[in-house]
Design a protein around this ligand. Structure first.
Ligand SMILES: [Zn+2]
Length: 116
């Protein structure tokens, strides 16, 4: 069990801000910068403190500074183009079934704060 402060799950939406004194984190499920949570098990939350093993994540999700598992961030950093291509396939598959374009939105890959 991960020791947490006061977790708040971001359930089925994409946050537009990170409340003061909170940190935004997401799990290891691949996702695009404009995705809401809940797709294919993509989850995110805020907490009053950073969880152990989490590092700044450069994926650009929601255009907000955030953190993710060290291993997830390393996989992204090792091959950002490959990761982005896998997300594209997920988005195409999702659009076929749900008629929803998950790529739509204002946010781009990479985060200016952490660098792509
Ligand atoms: Zn991220």
């Amino acid at each position: 069990m991960i020791q947490t402060g006061h977790m708040h799950e971001i359930n089925g939406y994409r946050p537009s801000r990170v409340p003061k004194d909170r940190v935004l984190m997401h799990n290891f499920v691949i996702h695009g910068p404009n995705w809401r949570t809940g797709i294919n098990g993509f989850r995110a939350w805020t907490d009053s403190k950073l969880h152990e093993g989490f590092v700044p994540c450069p994926c650009g999700w929601a255009g907000l500074p955030h953190f993710s598992y060290k291993e997830h961030v390393q996989r992204y950093r090792d091959d950002p183009k490959g990761y982005q291509l896998r997300v594209k396939y997920q988005e195409l598959a999702h659009a076929k079934v749900w008629l929803e374009d998950l790529s739509k939105g204002p946010y781009k890959w990479g985060d200016p704060q952490f660098g792509a």
